[in-house]
Design a protein around this ligand. Structure first.
Ligand code: FMN
Length: 188
């Protein structure tokens, strides 16, 4: 595979990861800089991958600490792994909550109900509660949860590919420079 073919292959993998079909790149680890400067890491589900704009998107609770991190410093890193194929993808970008209300509403309307229930919880994620049940969604929730639902977009500026298949190790990085992606092979 040459670099342009690899770039196409990577965006295919990102699109598949963002599709409703579960794939190796559905779940990502998202790193932010915590408000105290320490790194913070958590899993998220990839929901959109748009090659034309070089952006990914995931949804989250408006009240979650990761949004405060992003508000203070929008730099994020993301990592996911296809264990069967020995492939790691590592991304860098800048995150921001999507302000386009119609786009957020479309994402909400297209999501599976069991995903959206989480946004009806009465307490902000991370709130101390007396027992696990106190964090459950009430049987008659006061609201749909839409007000807590946020779509976060990550504008990528680097995509790194590492394939550690025995006998054919391969690593490349694509960086965005003035809107165009430039790839280079690098040592694994
Ligand atoms: C399989 C799995 C998928 C998850 N997907 C998301 C997600 O798409 N968005 C999200 O905000 N949190 C998701 N979470 C929960 C986060 O990992 C995290 O615990 C939560 O968002 C609180 O993070 P914060 O305190 O850093 O804001 C997921 C957790 C698991 C185990």
């Amino acid at each position: 595979m040459n670099l342009p073919e690899l770039h196409t292959h990577l965006w295919d993998a990102l699109r598949l990861g963002a599709s409703p079909t579960r794939s190796a790149f559905t779940i990502w680890q998202l790193a932010t800089l915590g408000l105290d400067g320490a790194p913070q890491l958590r899993s998220i589900v990839l929901r959109e991958a748009d090659e034309s704009t070089g952006t990914l998107a995931f949804h989250t609770d408006r009240r979650s600490p990761k949004l405060a991190d992003i508000d203070a410093d929008d730099r994020v890193a993301m990592l996911s792994l296809d264990l069967d194929r020995h492939v790691q993808l590592r991304l860098n970008g800048r995150a921001r909550p999507v302000q386009d209300g119609a786009r957020v509403r479309r994402m909400w309307d297209g999501a599976r109900p069991h995903t959206l229930i989480l946004y009806q919880t009465p307490h902000a994620p991370g709130t101390v509660i007396a027992q696990p049940e106190d964090g459950h969604v009430p049987s008659e929730p006061a609201h749909s949860g839409f007000d807590n639902f946020t779509l976060v977009e990550v504008v990528l500026d680097a995509i790194e590919y590492l394939d550690l298949t025995p006998g054919q190790h391969c690593r490349a990085v694509f960086r965005r420079d003035d809107g165009a992606w430039r790839g280079q092979w690098i040592a694994p």
